[in-house]
Design a protein around this ligand. Structure first.
Ligand SMILES: N[C@@H](CCC(=O)N[C@@H](CS)C(=O)NCC(=O)O)C(=O)O
Length: 209
């Protein structure tokens, strides 16, 4: 399989964590978002939306959108499971993933921030915008996750797959995490977990030297 990815793309980072947790081999195909490679014809033929990640599976079929890719991985490589067996618990895990994936991350995506710049927002206002939405989302996540282990128990799952990349973005945009002890506990656990280490933006083929 081939993953079209960018080292510090949080959506790509989610997929990298899911692949690593499941021990699935995949070649990285970097797309440099800073250079605008996502808007080149070659990549638009892979994902017409001009965004990473995209996964080319063994059959040659292309899958876009990290939730769809992660679901595909969960269905094809069910062990270890990213979702618990109980339907209510599954819903809680999916809720945290959706909160981050639908309500936080889209508000600080590159093209959204560029649109704000074009509308006259200066960098100070943009920093405030990013910080507002990430802090608001993390404050809710802090209430939704458990008080031991990873987000929902002793093993990492889908909520962690979404949370850890969002924390990378929070650090990058200098959002304070002091108010979120549960989230900080999860971050600390993930820091020494081999799958999270492998997927980290600092360990990718396109990580700048
Ligand atoms: N909902 C999509 C979001 C994908 C997305 O926004 N990717 C960002 C990087 S994290 C991107 O490629 N941005 C390029 C751009 O906005 O030009 C997913 O989960 O895959």
């Amino acid at each position: 399989m081939e993953l079209f990815t960018y080292y510090r793309s949080t959506s790509s980072y989610r997929v990298r964590i899911a692949l690593a947790l499941k021990g699935v081999d995949c070649q990285s195909r970097p797309v440099n978002l800073l250079k605008g490679e996502q808007r080149e014809a070659g990549f638009l033929a892979i994902n017409p939306q001009g965004r990473v990640p995209a996964l080319r599976v063994e059959s040659g079929e292309l899958i876009v959108q990290s939730p769809a890719i992660i679901e595909y991985l969960e269905e094809c490589y069910p062990t270890p499971a990213l979702l618990p067996a109980d339907p209510v618990q599954r819903a809680h895990v999916r809720a945290v993933a959706a909160l981050i994936g639908c309500d936080v991350h889209p508000l600080h995506n590159v093209s959204v921030l560029n649109q704000l710049r074009q509308s006259g927002f200066d960098e100070g206002k943009i920093e405030g915008w990013i910080s507002h939405w990430i802090s608001q989302g993390l404050a809710a996540v802090e209430q939704l996750i458990g008080d031991q282990g990873y987000c929902f128990g002793s093993e990492p799952g889908l909520a962690d797959v979404y949370l850890i990349p969002q924390l990378y973005a929070a650090n990058r945009f200098k959002v304070a995490l002091e108010a979120y002890p549960r989230i900080r506990r999860v971050a600390e656990l993930a820091q020494s977990h081999p799958a999270f280490v492998k997927a980290h933006p600092s360990n990718q083929v396109d990580t700048p030297a």
